[in-house]
Structure formats: C-alpha cells, structure tokens
Design a protein around this ligand. Structure first.
Ligand SMILES: [Fe+2]
Length: 190
C-alpha cells in the first residue's frame, strides 16, 4: 500500500481504538481526511479514477478485514447522483477534485420510536457544496439521510469516502411512496 494511505489507515485505526462514540470519531478524523484530500494526486492510482457512464463509480481503496473501516474513491461525471440513502454507520467525506453537492433529508415521521420501512416522511434539510479540500461527516442513530451528486453543469468530481464498515449495503428511500429498502451496493475492487 502507498505510504500516504498506510499512514492514513493507521491514524484511522488508532482513532477508532481510542474513541468511544461515532461523533468523537468523525470529529477527530475530519481534519485527517482534509489533509488526505489535499494530497490525493500523490496516492490515487488509475484504478481509483475509474468512472462509469451508467452511474457514479465506487472504487474500493482499502477495507479493514474486521469490517470496522473502509475507504472508497467515488467518481462522479456531471449529472450523476445517488438515490436518497442512509449509511448505517459513521462517515467522513473529503473532496479531492470538482464540486460535490449534498442534500440532507430529515425524517419527520415517528421513526425514532418505531424503526420501519414504510410510513416514512422526509423533509429536505440543508444543502452543502463541497469544493476540493472540504470535508463533511455524518453519524448514525438516527441515520443521516442524504442525496449526493454533481450537477450537470459542473466538472467531474472525485471524492474520498471513509466509513465505519465496508458499506456494501444501505437503505434507499422512495420519498413519494414513503418507503425504504435495503440494497446491495456494488463497488469495484482496486
Ligand atoms: Fe451517502
């Protein structure tokens, strides 16, 4: 593994081992991600830069064997968006190139008392635009729900996504139907 990535992974592992809550983990790892995003050119390989004409590309950079950590590079060509989704874990996102948009949603049904897949009401929350070097974070319980992507009139974007698990599945929300379902999330090994 590239030395920059090795040092980053060791820093993340130390923070996870020393830190008790997801909120504390993302607070400590946000500046570490900010530094990583600034030197992305020094460790990104061609496989990390793969895009996909059919949708945003998820390229796995590394994952811990005990499923406590994973880092992906996501490549967004203009006009590519996620569905509305959650994560089931904490996350730290850093932008290396382009401009990433995140639209948050809040559950306004009584989901906290009754976790369920129907009867879900979502209201739009805040929106952030993340230029190179910017970092955003989220924590679970309740799940952070958002829609992320790149507008069609903006440049191709590459972002780094660190999660507290491999994130090979997550809930996708249908706002009109008021439902969510768990989907398998595909990614490319690198
Ligand atoms: Fe997300």
């Amino acid at each position: 593994m590239n030395q920059i990535l090795g040092t980053f992974r060791d820093s993340c592992t130390n923070v996870i081992n020393e830190t008790s809550t997801p909120a504390d983990i993302v607070r400590r790892l946000a500046p570490v991600m900010g530094e990583l995003a600034k030197v992305a050119d020094d460790f990104l390989e061609p496989a990390h830069r793969r895009s996909d004409p059919n949708g945003y590309a998820r390229n796995l950079i590394f994952a811990a064997e005990d499923d406590t950590l994973s880092l992906f590079s996501l490549v967004w060509t203009p006009g590519q968006w996620t569905p509305i989704h959650d994560h089931g874990t904490w996350g730290v996102v850093g932008v290396a190139e382009g401009l990433l948009e995140e639209q948050a949603f809040m559950r306004i049904d009584d989901s906290a008392a009754k976790p369920r897949n129907t009867g879900i009401e979502l209201a739009p929350g805040g929106l952030v635009l993340l230029p190179p070097g910017a970092v955003s974070t989220f924590v679970p319980n309740p799940d952070h729900i958002h829609e992320t992507g790149v507008a069609s009139d903006r440049p191709e974007t590459l972002s780094l996504h660190l999660y507290g698990r491999r994130l090979n599945n997550f809930h996708v929300y249908d706002r009109q139907a008021g439902t969510r379902r768990l989907i398998e999330a595909h990614y490319k090994e690198t």
